[in-house]
Design a protein around this ligand. Structure first.
Ligand code: ATP
Length: 583
């Protein structure tokens, strides 16, 4: 069993460099030291979680509880601990300092292992009910009483959800590959495993115990969400056909919610774009699937959930669905008032067989067969095989007339696999709002805010937004937006964002702009703008802090809060740079 102090020492080393390759190397060395029985837990600890992404939320207990625990540990008052926190801006450093100061009672001190830390974290994350706060304090205090100063620093940072590495999946994926795989040409199998299971802990365990061959055998499995395939964007249909050879499939691009449906021995599971389980929110879809597919053993399909007008049957704007999200109580009532239809566009698994590596033409045929003339809840997408630019354009006009956002053009070439987790040129989106300004809306993370003026002075009036730098796991600012919010929005956002308020700039946020307040990077909103410009004030795409970055000019909030996207699903730096290049 690896001692936690080794983990802490490596994390500390990794923190001393900003170079991604060095961090990967350090973490790879750490992973090599882990026993294959504990590697899964070790990886979860590095991610700041206690289980797979789709099964748990990241750790993140209230800072006030940690302050209480540190006060109990050190004998200092809570206000003294809080004062130190204000001074340093990092509770981890405060914990380290207090541990150094406290008199160590060697007799009662237990050596912390990965196993012990993991098991207490699990207790902390699962304690619920009336006594939960006391229990959380108890399990944290239990760890901190035995912790050496550096261990305390990383235990606290992990438990409040502020572990620097907790963000960047790519760092862990690369480190795991480096730790176990000799031939770098086979590194991509680690990412593939993660894309098919959303569980990097499991992937590392398979690799540690069964080697690369075990990893290659990972296939989709009903009941385990798969990372969704994403589309590139193009500004003209002419541009699309430079990437996708005609004939190609053109489908309506519905304005709804991405939904992955799994059927396994009569059980139905629905997953959101990010892998969250949302089965309970759409009971009518579950019932419809159970009824229609009684004889089918298992399948996984991908599609879009779209609200329809109960009277006219017409497709409705997406916002209607968001009214149903998170409403546990009135689900049955709302399912009558805001009916939804599930438009299936792909199949990933069917009757014990994976379909992800089959060409799209073949997968599409199965979707059309299975979902033909089904019922008013389950449908296949509206699509054609187009052989010319004119056909694509006519179909696009029909889509817009039918309240869709535009079209998706999809390759049917031999290599047109379902590329889980990837954004590539096998699918290209073409939207109606391309004509005005930016070639696409972008989804950015709110990292800070500025107070309003006059009667809005107690509300936030503008927000600092950032894109996600996937390589570094950082959030780089791309604009300040105050347009597009009405009074009601500003009230809603002030209340919402106060949940993520922190009194310092999160270390993942790279900003040259000073805001009135900072937030944890959690909330994603959709923004449009006139164009992308080079700006000395923003850090998007500027690798060093002195250089200029890219920014959205005349940004405007579109009214869409992207509840289905986590911060790491926001538009990436790479995408913005690419959009700039195309202008
Ligand atoms: P992305 O999903 O590409 O990150 P986004 O969430 O902002 O971006 P869009 O840019 O609107 O979404 O386009 C992709 C989304 O379109 C898909 O994730 C899916 O939810 C939706 N969609 C609607 N119709 C289709 C279709 N026929 N095929 C694939 N996706 C579709």
């Amino acid at each position: 069993m690896l001692q936690y102090k080794v983990v802490a020492a490596f994390l500390n080393d990794a923190e001393s460099t900003a170079k991604k390759n060095e961090i990967v190397q350090i973490i790879a060395e750490l992973i090599k030291k882990m026993d294959k029985k504990e590697i899964k837990k070790g990886i979860y600890l590095l991610k700041g979680r206690t289980d797979a992404d789709y099964k748990t939320e990241p750790l993140g207990i209230a800072e006030s509880l940690v302050i209480k625990t540190l006060s109990l540990l050190s004998g200092e008052t809570e206000s003294e601990v809080e004062a130190q926190y204000h001074k340093t801006g990092d509770l981890g450093t405060v914990a380290e300092f207090l541990c150094k100061k406290k008199r160590q009672n060697v007799l009662f001190s237990e050596t912390l292992t990965i196993d012990k830390v993991y098991s207490n974290f699990k207790q902390i994350s699962t304690s619920s009910g009336k006594n939960s706060q006391n229990l959380k304090i108890k399990y944290l205090l239990d760890l901190l009483s035995s912790a050496e100063p550096l261990e305390a620093k990383y235990i606290v940072r992990t438990v409040i959800g502020k572990l620097r590495l907790g963000m960047a999946d790519m760092i862990l994926i690369n480190a795991i590959a480096k730790a176990f795989i000799e031939n770098s040409e086979e590194y991509h199998y680690v990412e593939r495993g993660y894309n098919l299971t959303m569980d990097i802990g499991y992937v590392s365990e398979v690799l540690a115990s069964e080697g690369i061959n075990g990893l290659k055998k990972i296939e989709p499995e009903p009941g385990i969400p798969i990372r969704v395939m994403l589309a590139e964007r193009a500004e003209t249909i002419e541009e699309i056909v430079t990437h996708i050879k005609l004939p190609a499939v053109v489908e309506y691009k519905y304005d709804g919610l991405r939904l992955q449906m799994h059927l396994s021995n009569g059980n139905v599971y629905l997953y959101s774009r990010g892998g969250d389980i949302v089965t309970e929110q759409y009971p009518e879809i579950v019932e419809a699937v159970k009824k229609e597919f009684k004889t089918i053993k298992n399948m996984i399909v991908d599609g879009e959930l779209v609200p329809v007008d109960a009277k006219t049957g017409k497709l409705m704007p997406f916002q209607q669905i968001s009214r149903r999200r998170g409403r546990k109580y009135d689900i049955l009532e709302t399912s009558e008032n805001i009916p939804v239809q599930y438009f299936v566009f792909d199949i990933l698994y069917y009757n014990d067989q994976s379909y992800i590596d089959k060409p799209f033409a073949e997968r599409r045929k199965v979707v059309l067969d299975l979902f033909d003339n089904m019922n008013d809840k389950l449908k296949h997408v509206n699509g054609i095989i187009a052989s010319s630019i004119e056909e694509i354009y006519t179909f696009f006009e029909n889509a817009v007339n039918d309240n869709c956002e535009g079209v998706m053009v999809k390759s049917i070439s031999d290599g047109s696999v379902y590329d889980a987790g990837a954004r590539g040129w096998l699918w290209i989106k073409y939207k109606k709002d391309y004509t005005a300004g930016l070639s696409d809306t972008v989804d950015l993370v709110i990292v800070g805010a500025f107070f309003g003026h006059g009667k809005r002075s107690n509300l936030y009036g503008a927000f600092l937004l950032a894109c996600y730098n996937k390589e570094n796991g950082t959030f780089e600012t791309a604009c300040k937006v105050g347009t597009g919010f009405n009074d009601e929005d500003l009230m809603k956002f002030t209340e919402l964002m106060n949940k993520y308020l922190i009194n310092y700039k999160d270390e993942h946020v790279i900003s040259k702009i000073e805001t009135d307040v900072w937030f944890l990077p959690e909330v994603v909103i959709e923004v449009t703008g006139a164009e992308i410009t080079v700006s000395p004030n923003h850090t998007c795409g500027s690798s060093d802090s002195s250089g200029s970055g890219f920014a959205i000019r005349f940004p405007r909030y579109t009214g869409r809060l992207r509840e289905d996207k986590r911060a790491v699903d926001a538009t990436t730096t790479e995408e913005i740079v690419k959009m700039y290049g195309k202008q």
